[in-house]
Write a protein that binds this ligand. Structure first.
Ligand code: G3I
Length: 320
C-alpha cells in the first residue's frame, strides 16, 4: 500500500490539519502519510491571545515542534479571520489602536514561527451573499474597504520573504464567490503583496459542487500567476443538508463519495503544475470538525476511518 505522500511525490505536497489531540494519539500515522501539517486552531488569534492581549503559545509551540521534529513542513493558519477572534474586545479599539495591535500580533507570531512555509494572512474576506463583496468584519469596519491591501502590505513588511503570503477562502467552485476571490487576489497581485491562493475545498454539499466549475476555478486562477494551495479538503458523507449520519449511508452513496474523491484528485493531477500542496482538513473521521459542526450529526469526510484505517476513498486517491 502506497502512502499518500509516496503516491503524490511527483505532484505536490500532501498535508493534513492536526490538533493537540490528534498528534498525540496518532502522530506516527501523520508523519508516515503527510509532508506537511496545518494547526487546526492553535495558531489562530483567539487561541494564542486572550482579551487582555496576553499571549500563550504553548499549544502552537507543541505542534510546531512536532512538525520540525518529524521533518514535516507546516503552514501558518492564520493572522486575520472573523472567527476565533475576540471581536467584541477588538471592536472597542480605535482604528489606530487596532492597527498597532494587529501589527504587534503579526510580528510576534511571525517572528516566533519562522520555519512555516506560508501564512494564510486573511482568511475568508469575501462575503457569501450575492451582490456583497467583502464580509463585514472588525478589520473591514476599522480599516475601510481596502483593508485587505493594508493588512497584506503589513504582512509583506513583517514576514520573512521566503515565506509565502496566501489568501484563503471557501466555495471557490461557486462562480460568484470565485469572482470575489479573484478580485481580492488580483488587487493584491498588482501590488506584489501575495504569492499564493488557498482553495479550502470543503465539499459539504456535493450538489453545489461540480468538477467543471472546479476546473474553471483552476483555469481562472492560473491567469493570476499565483501558486495554488488546496488548504482544507474534505467531502462530507452524508452531505450537510441531510439528517442522516454516517451509519445511515447506503453502499451506493459510499461508492459515489469514494468515486468523487478519486475524481477530485484527478483534477489536482491535471493542474499539478500550479499546485504546491493539497491539505486535508483533518486526518481521520473521528477527529473531523464535521462531527461538531452544522446539525451535529456524525459524518465521514476524510481518508482514514474512526479506527484510523484507510477507507475506500483512500484507495481511489492513491491508486491511479
Ligand atoms: O479549545 C476549546 C475548549 O477549551 C473549550 O472547552 C471548548 C468549548 O466549546 O471549545 C474549544 O474550542 C473549540 C475549538 O474548535 C477546538 O475544539 C471552539 O469552540 C470551536 O469554535 C473551534 O472550532 C474550529 C473552527 O474552525 C473555529 O475556530 C474548528 O475546530 C476548526 O476545524 C474550524 O476550522 C475552520 C478553518 O480554520 C477555516 N475554514 C473553515 C474551517 C471549518 O470551520
Amino acid at each position: 500500500m502506497k502512502t499518500l505522500k509516496e503516491a503524490y511525490k511527483d505532484y505536490f505536497d500532501i498535508g493534513a490539519t492536526v490538533n493537540v489531540g490528534s498528534y498525540k494519539s496518532f502522530g506516527n500515522l501523520i508523519a508516515e502519510q503527510f509532508d506537511s501539517i496545518t494547526c487546526e486552531n492553535e495558531m489562530k488569534y483567539g487561541f494564542v491571545c486572550n482579551t487582555k492581549d496576553e499571549y500563550d503559545f504553548s499549544r502552537a509551540d507543541e505542534l510546531y515542534n512536532f512538525a520540525l521534529d518529524n521533518g514535516l513542513k507546516i503552514r501558518g493558519h492564520n493572522f486575520v479571520w472573523h472567527q476565533c477572534t475576540p471581536v467584541d474586545h477588538l471592536d472597542t479599539f480605535s482604528p489606530e489602536k487596532l492597527w498597532e495591535r494587529i501589527k504587534e500580533h503579526i510580528k510576534l507570531v511571525s517572528d516566533r514561527y519562522q520555519k512555516v512555509s506560508c501564512w494564510d494572512v486573511i482568511n475568508e474576506a469575501a462575503d457569501d451573499k450575492n451582490g456583497l463583496f467583502l464580509r463585514d468584519t472588525v478589520w473591514h469596519r476599522k480599516f475601510g474597504d481596502d483593508y485587505y491591501m493594508k493588512i497584506y502590505a503589513l504582512a509583506r513588511e513583517l514576514v520573512p520573504e521566503n515565506i509565502q503570503l496566501v489568501y484563503n477562502d471557501y466555495n471557490e467552485y461557486i462562480p460568484e464567490k470565485r469572482e470575489k476571490m479573484l478580485r481580492i487576489v488580483n488587487d493584491l497581485k498588482a501590488e506584489g503583496l501575495i504569492d499564493a491562493v488557498g482553495f479550502q475545498s470543503h465539499i459539504t454539499i456535493p450538489k453545489y459542487f461540480s468538477l467543471d466549475e472546479y476546473k474553471r476555478t483552476f483555469e481562472e486562477f492560473s491567469k493570476t500567476g499565483l501558486r495554488i494551495h488546496i488548504t482544507e479538503l474534505d467531502i462530507a458523507l452524508p452531505p450537510i443538508n441531510t439528517k442522516k449520519t454516517f451509519s445511515d449511508v447506503t453502499a451506493e452513496e459510499r461508492e459515489a463519495w469514494a468515486k468523487l474523491y478519486g475524481n477530485v484528485f484527478a483534477v489536482f493531477r491535471e493542474y499539478a503544475e500550479l499546485i504546491d500542496s493539497v491539505t486535508f482538513w483533518g486526518v481521520s473521521d473521528d477527529t473531523s470538525w464535521l462531527n461538531n459542526a452544522f446539525d451535529g450529526h456524525g459524518r465521514d469526510a476524510l481518508l482514514f476511518d474512526r479506527d484510523h484505517q484507510p477507507n475506500e476513498a483512500y484507495f481511489r486517491v492513491t491508486e491511479f
